[in-house]
Write a protein that binds this ligand. Structure first.
Ligand code: CAO
Length: 428
């Protein structure tokens, strides 16, 4: 037990257990929200968890004020009275009235549907009834932010509105151009409900968690950013010859060198020459980044993920090829962390291994541009009075027209093509 002296008063720091209180006759109740994390400073009565039985959702408030030291539950766990929720460090005045080290929280007996001083139950609402499906804590959180929860589309289980959904809703409302907030926003018809089974056999499968999250982000980016896509072609005949030579040298070490490693370097060269592409909008300011972290779209069985390769300017082709293989394998094995996907400056979406001649990638906000790469093909190119066969790589650069104008985008894309056509420029 640590004893601290705060001014003249003596305070005792204690580690206390916080347990699930009396929740009536329920056992194995599902945890549907966890409102705290390790390190959080919480006040007495702050909501720690929301539990859900088949009849009601109920908040579990904190019996003490303190700092969360260990968290022992996560969403989806099943808990009963007495299950350990977390360990909390509390600070109490020293003296005879000290709390015992482990203090179970016992609420007055209450069934989930009765009002109780410690547990706040609420009758569960369902999304299909026109009302949002959300726990009391989330409703309170939305209320505090002045958000009408009925407007939020839930991404949680059974369409439940989560804390992230509320935060995302507020962020996207704030990101709207000013004029759009006062009723001038997108006004479109609701999508009608279709009964597909009327027309033939169907099978319904739920969207994966990644699809739900990336879908919501892509939708926001598509609707809120004025996209334009610039197309060009790079002559990668020489680059491919060099890549094959390098590939043979490193094959023995099991390192696969794909065109993407070269594209990462070429993109950085173009970002260095055109700094507005390595930027983000922050209200009425443009934030120009002096680091070069590049996101790479990876197709996984559960949906699209965009892990970020850091400091690409400081790494060589071989190291980038290794990191690319490692991060895409981890993405496909679901071993990627939130940190691996943060801090990107610009994204490359390469569909070249699959096919295609061009596409219009959606900008990965808060970035302002993205490169789409399609499949290279041999084409007749007119050079010095004759057609010669050259390997041409299609490039599609989508950019945020609020930040980048068309001429700059054409110059950026042409420069990118030039660098890929003559990779000696990467050494400049
Ligand atoms: N033109 C022709 N061939 C290409 C090419 C291109 N532009 N890009 C890659 N290739 C070749 C590679 O050289 C490799 O050939 P070999 O097997 O003969 O050596 C083959 O295609 C497969 O490459 P790869 O996909 O294993 O490796 P990569 O480095 O090109 O890409 C990754 C890695 C993770 C980006 C890729 O696997 C992937 O997931 N792409 C999909 C991204 C996506 O879904 N984007 C859409 C986002 S918007 O919905």
């Amino acid at each position: 037990m640590a004893v601290e002296s705060l001014g003249k008063e003596r305070h005792v720091a204690e580690i206390k257990q916080v347990l699930v209180p009396d929740i009536g006759d329920y056992k194995g109740v599902a945890v549907i929200e966890v409102m705290v994390k390790v390190g959080d400073i919480i006040n007495e009565e702050d909501t720690l968890l929301t539990l859900e039985t088949d009849k009601a959702a109920m908040d579990v408030p904190s019996p003490f004020a303190g700092v969360v030291k260990e968290l022992h539950v996560e969403i989806g766990d099943k808990v009963s009275r007495g299950s350990l929720i977390l360990m909390m460090e509390t600070s109490a005045a020293a003296g005879p009235a000290e709390q015992p080290v482990a203090t179970p929280v016992v609420a007055p007996t209450a069934t989930a549907v009765q009002a109780a001083p410690v547990i706040t139950p609420t009758v569960q609402t369902v999304a299909s009834g026109g009302q949002a499906h959300a726990s009391p804590a989330i409703r309170r959180f939305a209320r505090e932010l002045g958000v009408d929860i009925a407007q939020i589309k839930g991404s949680g289980e059974k369409g439940r509105v989560t804390k992230d959904d509320v935060q995302l809703f507020v962020k996207s409302a704030l990101a709207q151009p000013r004029g759009a907030v006062g009723g001038n926003g997108l006004q479109v018809l609701d999508m009608p409900v279709f009964d597909f089974a009327k027309f033939g056999a169907i099978e319904t499968t739920p969207l994966s968690r990644i699809q739900k999250i990336s879908g919501a982000n892509l939708h926001r980016n598509w609707v809120t950013i004025p996209h334009v896509t610039q197309f060009d072609e790079a002559d990668i005949t020489d680059m491919e010859a060099f890549r094959k030579q390098l590939g043979n040298e490193y094959a023995r070490q099991n390192i696969k060198i794909t065109p993407l490693a070269f594209m990462l370097k070429a993109v950085v060269a173009a970002l260095q020459k055109f700094p507005k592409f390595n930027a983000s909008l922050d209200g009425e300011n443009l934030v120009l980044k002096q680091y070069f972290h590049i996101g790479v779209a990876v197709d996984t069985p559960d949906g699209l993920m965009v892990p970020v390769l850091r400091d690409v300017d400081k790494k060589g082709i071989v190291q980038l090829a290794q990191e690319l293989a490692d991060i895409s394998a981890r993405a496909r094995e679901k071993k990627i962390t939130a940190n691996d996907m943060q801090g990107g400056c610009f994204t490359i979406s390469s569909l070249g291994g699959i096919g295609g001649t061009a596409f219009t990638p959606i900008i990965n906000a808060p970035e302002v541009a993205i490169l789409g790469v399609s499949r290279s093909a041999m084409k007749p190119v007119y050079q010095n009075g004759a057609f010669v066969p050259r390997l041409m790589l299609p490039l599609s650069v989508s950019y945020d027209h609020r930040v980048i104008d068309g001429a700059a985008a054409a110059r950026f894309t042409a420069y990118l093509a030039q660098v890929l056509s003559d990779i000696r420029r990467l050494a400049l």
